[in-house]
Design a binder for this molecule. Sequence first.
Ligand code: NAG
Length: 265
Amino acid sequence: MWCSLLFLLQLLGVTTTEEGHWEDCKYGHQGSESHDRKPFCSWTCLLFTLQWPAGFCQSLSKEIPCRIPENINTWTIHGLWPLHVLSCCNCWPMFHSDIQQLEAQLTERWPSLVKTKSSFYFWTDEWQKHGACAACVEGLNSPLRYFQICLKLRGQFEIHRLLEDAGVTPSCERPYKVEEVRRVLAPHLGDEHEIQCVTDNKDRQVWFQVKIPLSRNFTIGCDHNSDTKTDPGPEWAFSSGHPCPPQVPFYYFPINHEQPQQPCR
Ligand SMILES: *[C@@H]1O[C@H](CO)[C@@H](O)[C@H](O)[C@H]1NC(C)=O
């Protein structure tokens, strides 16, 4: 709304006192509705988040059916989020045509696992919630570039293979220790990566997600803890997930395409 209005005003050479809003729309917006508004593009860290489909399905309540497409047998993308951006604008719409050339890859790497939501809906949602806020950085400044970078990052982090090579394979019976898995992943994802679990209906810890902190230049690792204290941001409350507790072994369930919510019947 503001974007188009202000754009029109600018075209007409009308000066406006709402310069800030215009800047937001053009370069990636940072929570203008809130009094916590930070200076333009002030974020320093990104979180690249990957999900394990079998675990993700455990994070959904019974009423929300999960779907794991036949061709999905590995970790998929959840999103790439600039940290501690309070709210993003939906003044940068995204259309099918913006990402057409990536659609096949996105469908394979970034599927919606919620049966009632299309993958395109998922991508659009991630772009509007997170991507548009990240668009002030070179390489991320359009939907196409944002999704290209995400696919590239996904290619860089072959978690499934790293784990498999270390003997950490999906299992209904064998729980894993946090430390054991972190030791495998840290050389590749950095020491600050976070292994996230959900609690299933049998009160077990189930692995569903990995968060990988990145700097603005996409190098692994980012000192986001100093930010966290002053501003926890919505990202941490995004899902019902939590860091897998170090003392409790967790499950890395196998993918079951027929019964995604009950992988271990
Ligand atoms: C990327 O950013 C980090 C943190 O700002 C910096 O320490 C590092 O030198 C940068 N790396 C490159 C290749 O620019």
